[in-house]
Design a protein around this ligand. Structure first.
Ligand code: DLL
Length: 444
């Protein structure tokens, strides 16, 4: 264990620590973030009035749209000259959700990532091939930070170039692979296609795989094909990035780093807290962050919490694998995509009618496919194939720019797509059909 004292703290002591940190957080937010000062005043939630952790239910929630409404820096609690890193993830409009880290936050993140990697059995003797994207996404830099903190050798390979990953992993003797579970399968399939005997030529033993929901069936496949043990890692950029929760060798839920994050499960419809063991939406409060601390952040991820001690010795609560979302966010090839972003990109183009369908499926190469069918306006369609094809290419470029992801576009004749009575069914996600009900990827 990287930090035995924190991870094995008796629950009574942990609750006391969380309560003290929560009160400090409330004072800090009132002093530094006008948005929270007003929200806490409205809720009449002075720090001293928070006597037990149950009182957290009186505090206001924070949502992704609060971050969007305060784009880019208005929810930051620290001035820009104290911020040393900025990350972002996609929001429901073209504007991303932005987070800033102070030096202290980077230290906390390094510690939590070291704890994450240690829980998966990574040590300074390992070579960590990191195929998560480096950039605004927190995956690449976060995993890299943890590996360096532990003293492992990190290979910042970043995403893409599947064949090159296989070559580097073999040549550098990688023992740990970091990537999304779906990309793990892509690597395994590519190895098979190239006749690379993974078990003989690669030394992989641990997979750090998260950033998207995955089933136990997918885990088993990746484990047998790549010859490694998969550890599910969970996190979100708004809270810190990866480093929120991780599986230990027991693989009986993901340990949540509760000394830094206060977790609740709520009913997504009513917002009411639910008892341990109930399925609902995970809500997280950052207890130690100073750059952009968040109070009761609605993750929209569905899971359950258990607080019984784990056989590994950790006393931290465990969450079950995330098995869905309470909003319509899709995760396509590891990228968060909101249907509203697609609609916005399409309606910008004069020649298109506002009738479209979003199709998501798993292609033969195991990567997620994203295709959009959209109707042309009659006057454009009447101009013939070249005009329609020009429009298709324009739509493809617009979508690529807005989503940061390539999507196939088919421009169809006016009136060709089904019209729905009532709510339009815009998203057809065929990936869910191949998954057990407990591990659906989307709609989440
Ligand atoms: O995905 C952070 C991360 C990077 C986690 C690398 C693990 C590994 P975002 O891009 O902000 O951050 O996306 C966060 O992804 O709310 C979940 O819906 C989903 N997600 C993340 N990890 C898991 C997981 C990163 N292990 C959103 N299982 C979250 C299921 C996950 N869903």
């Amino acid at each position: 264990m990287w930090n035995q004292q924190a991870e094995c703290l008796a629950r009574r002591d942990l609750v006391e620590l969380q309560l003290a940190r929560l009160r400090d957080l409330l004072s800090y937010l009132s002093d530094h973030v006008p948005f929270y000062r007003c929200a806490l005043e409205r809720a009449q939630a002075a720090p001293a009035s928070i006597r037990t952790l149950d009182d957290v239910a009186r505090l206001p929630f924070t949502t992704k749209s609060d971050l969007r409404d305060h784009y880019p820096f208005d929810l930051f609690a620290a001035p820009l000259d104290a911020i040393v890193r900025i990350h972002a993830s996609s929001g429901t409009t073209g504007k991303p959700t932005v987070v800033g880290y102070t030096r202290g936050d980077m230290e906390v993140w390094a510690e939590l990532m070291a704890r994450t990697l240690s829980a998966a059995g990574v040590t300074s003797a390992d070579v960590v091939h990191n195929a998560y994207g480096y950039g605004l996404f927190t995956g690449g830099l976060g995993i890299g930070l943890g590996a360096e903190t532990i003293g492992a050798a990190v290979v910042p390979a970043s995403s893409g170039f599947t064949k090159r990953h296989l070559m580097l992993m073999e040549d550098f003797g990688a023992t740990v692979l970091g990537c999304t579970p779906s990309y793990g399968l892509v690597l395994a399939d590519m190895a098979r296609e190239l006749n690379i005997d993974v078990h003989a030529r690669l030394k992989l033993r641990v997979g750090l795989m998260g950033a998207e929901p995955s089933s136990e069936a997918l885990r088993a496949k990746v484990e047998s094909q790549l010859g490694l043990e998969v550890f599910d890692i969970y996190g979100l950029s708004e809270i810190i990035g990866p480093g929120v929760a991780v599986e230990c060798a027991e693989h009986d839920g993901l340990h949540l780093f509760e000394d830094h994050f206060l977790a609740e499960i709520i009913d997504p419809e009513t917002g009411d807290p639910l008892p341990d063991g109930c399925d609902g939406e995970l809500v997280l409060t950052t207890l130690t962050k100073t750059g952009i601390p968040l109070l009761r952040y609605r993750t929209r991820d569905r899971t359950r919490l258990a607080t019984e001690p784990c056989a590994c010795g950790r006393r931290l609560a465990r969450m079950t694998k995330v098995h869905g979302r309470t909003d319509d966010m899709l995760i396509v090839r590891g990228v968060n995509v909101f249907p509203s972003q697609i609609e916005e990109a399409l309606v910008k183009l004069e020649g298109l009618a506002p009738h479209y369908v979003i199709l998501v499926d798993r292609r033969a190469d195991q990567l997620d496919g994203l295709d959009i069918q959209v109707e042309a306006k009659a006057e454009i369609y009447g101009r013939g194939a070249t005009a329609v094809d020009d429009l298709r290419r324009l739509a493809q470029t617009e979508l690529h720019q807005s989503l940061g992801l390539r999507a196939g576009v088919e421009v169809v004749a006016p009136g060709q797509l089904d019209r729905c009575e009532g709510k339009a069914v815009r998203v057809k996600d065929h990936r869910t059909e191949a998954m057990p009900a407990t591990a659906q990827r989307v709609p989440k």
